[in-house]
Design a protein around this ligand. Structure first.
Ligand SMILES: C[S@@+](CC[C@H](N)C(=O)[O-])C[C@H]1O[C@@H](n2cnc3c(N)ncnc32)[C@H](O)[C@@H]1O
Length: 294
């Protein structure tokens, strides 16, 4: 490639496994006594209100990757027409936090907890074409979409909808600094820190990243960002059509209060300068897709 389109590979990656993150990482996140939240729209009251309205219009719905259950709590409180609510996560610790959080809410909604890794588990307990809505918030970057989307396609009704926010690769390319472990060639962001291992179970690195001729640093999670055109290809391959996409723009505090910003001194970097200027921050696009029916 030449000129403007040239992509410089400044990172060398060593990785023996194909997963983006293992449950142990999230078990550690779930076990933290005083957690900081994820930089997620679930911490924006405005977003949560409109997203739960959309979700509880349905009778049978599924959430994948509920984390600590902020969305789940709002869903069971609102209830709407929702009857059966599948809550799927590969981390037992996260599912326990969600269960505890909604235990005392009086509701007509029936939660069904499923501990499963959507990269490899076909969710056989959920019948074909039975689910009206699926939502995934701040979790799409963690999964293998080609496996998971085929499962979601199987369980969704022909009239069903899938909704997720996806890290915007163009934004990442524009605002990542040299200090970030962002791989411009692959669109991956490597996380070289992990949640404190308070339960002492140990978190193995999933690979190592080396910057230039520098030090080899272990990483524990890799987050995948996507170009809009890549998304079309992936979704089409799995039997979906993307019917809407919109930038997800959140109040600045959501980023500043998050675990991701914790301990970072680079508040003056380009991305955060922009956040400072506008008082809002954008890191993802929210897409809605429908199954393609023949
Ligand atoms: C960054 S957290 C987001 C949590 C919450 N939705 C939020 O927005 O704050 C990602 C969640 O997805 C779950 N997760 C990640 N990869 C998964 C996979 N392959 N299968 C099932 N759950 C997964 C994690 O355990 C975690 O609960």
């Amino acid at each position: 490639m030449e000129g403007e389109n040239m992509i410089e590979r400044t990172l060398t990656i060593e990785r023996a496994v194909t997963k983006h993150v293992f449950p142990e990482y999230y078990e550690a996140a779930a076990a933290i006594a005083q957690p900081r939240h994820f930089p997620s729209p679930v911490n924006d009251p405005e977003w949560i209100n409109s997203a739960t309205d959309w979700f509880v219009e349905s009778r049978i719905a599924m959430e994948v990757g509920p984390g600590r259950g902020e969305f789940a709590e709002a869903v069971v409180k609102k209830a709407g027409g929702l009857n059966r609510y599948y809550i799927v996560d590969m981390s037992r610790g996260m599912l326990n936090l969600v269960r505890d959080r909604i235990r005392t809410v009086e509701t007509e909604v029936k939660p069904v907890f499923i501990c499963a890794d959507v990269d490899s588990d076909s969710l056989s307990e959920i019948p074909d074409h039975s689910v009206d809505r699926i939502i995934m918030t701040n979790a799409f970057q963690d999964i293998n979409p080609l496996a998971a989307l085929r499962t979601f396609r199987r369980v969704l009704k022909p009239t069903g909808l899938f909704r997720a926010n996806v890290i915007d690769r163009e934004i990442r390319e524009k605002y990542s600094t040299e200090d970030d472990f962002f791989d411009r060639e692959m669109g991956y962001f490597y996380l070289t820190r992990h949640p404190p291992d308070e339960n002492g179970k140990g978190i193995e690195p999933i690979g190592y990243v080396t910057k230039g001729s520098g030090e080899k640093t272990p990483f524990y999670r890799m987050m995948r960002s996507y170009y809009r055109s890549e998304l079309d290809e992936i979704f089409n391959e799995c039997g979906f059509e993307i019917i809407s996409d919109a930038p997800l723009i959140l109040p600045k505090e959501i980023w500043m209060n998050s675990a991701a910003a914790q301990g970072r001194e680079d508040v003056g970097t380009r991305r955060l300068k922009l956040v400072d200027k506008s008082g809002r921050y954008q890191s993802s696009i929210e897409i809605i897709a429908k199954p393609v029916t023949n």
